[in-house]
Design a protein around this ligand. Sequence first.
Ligand SMILES: Nc1ncnc2c1ncn2[C@@H]1O[C@H](COP(=O)(O)OP(=O)(O)OP(=O)(O)O)[C@@H](O)[C@H]1O
Ligand SMILES: [Zn+2]
Length: 409
Amino acid sequence: MKEYIEYLQSVLKQNKIEFQQEEEFLQNKVNQISNEFGYDHINRYKRQMILSEIGLIGQKQIHQAKVLIVGAGGIGAPAIYYLAGAGVGTIGLVDGDSVDVSNLHRQIIHNNDRQGMNKCESAKLQIKQFNPLVNVITHNHNLSSTNAIEIFKNYDVILDATDNPATRYLINDTAIYLNKPLVSGSSVGWEGQITVYGMSGPCYRCLFPQCPKTVQNCNEAGVFGVMPGLIGLIDALQAIKIIIGQQNLSQKMILIDGLRDIYKVVKLRGQQKDCIACQKLININEYDYSTFAKTICSSSVPYRGGYKEIEWKDFLQIQRNDQVVLLDVRPSSQYNIIKLDGFINLPYSQIDLFQIEQNKDKVIYVMCRRGNNSRLACEFLKDKIHNIYNIIGGIDLYAKLYDPKMPLL
Ligand SMILES: Nc1ncnc2c1ncn2[C@@H]1O[C@H](COP(=O)(O)OP(=O)(O)OP(=O)(O)O)[C@@H](O)[C@H]1O
Ligand SMILES: [Zn+2]
């Protein structure tokens, strides 16, 4: 009997050891899994993880991905929000600009209290508030030809959410040089477009070796906040699909006309054999993007003579009487928001309606926003009217010199 009891005790002991070992093994397994991808991740992302196209593997790919967003403005702001929400593990942000109150109608990742703060820092604060699992790296300065390669090489996918041609070409050339997929969106007015460059499809230079004539930024043309919002969200969608290996907008472009509710997907022409970016013939570090963009995209109108030009300080001295006409050729939408005393409005687009007969012996002073359209207006009128002046620098320069609190439109 005693022997039997001892035997049972030894079996129990052995079982206990085995049980402990098994428990340890299981605990190790749990620890291992949670180190890689914890319950906190699963709890947060389970609604998208149960999609068959994502699952545990896809979510891990998203977690391991490093996405760089250049520009934390109208398009960048919503893109950053949703990429962080979806669990992109590392988000890099590049922007040297700071939050301005006029950004807030569309740049929803920033807020009133963060006016004046660098946009990357502001976005980082917001991300940390709603998803602490994301690692945010901030580059609080503008992208330039001397820093682009260094920054881009640490990321898997690049998003162009900027607003000017020089930066657009720089981002394109750098992404293509480093073989990184580039999600690129733009939006002006009520319109927007999105595509994916690289990935064996064409790049921006393949499509536009010369800067497209329509390139304007929203500063010049105005923007309805929802449009960059839409574009930024589709950008985020494309980036995630690239990360999980789904089909995307490479070789296709979405064109949106928000005012008329037209949504089109067009097929793009393929990569061009003579594209200097795709052929990697550009020395990015030494390429002068701002001169290139100025030369091929410049919207400033040169002075060609045939009329006179006057500076604000001299204009403010002139005698105003019924022989003097002050003409503001900005769009009526701008004139109706803010105008200078004594100026009548005739938008440059309607300059042919100017009453020549009635005014041909008067002195005409023409003003616009920055002095470009007023030059064009003077050119149009110079053969018909003898005494015509362009006011140099337009209302923006007037505000800068004499009324710094005046909102610039
Ligand atoms: N070279 C660059 N490097 C980094 N960010 C850039 C660069 N060029 C432009 N950006 C950023 O891209 C963003 C574009 O945003 P958006 O088009 O909404 O215009 P904005 O400059 O913020 O506003 P607004 O045009 O009304 O003044 C801006 O935050 C801008 O600072
Ligand atoms: Zn190309």
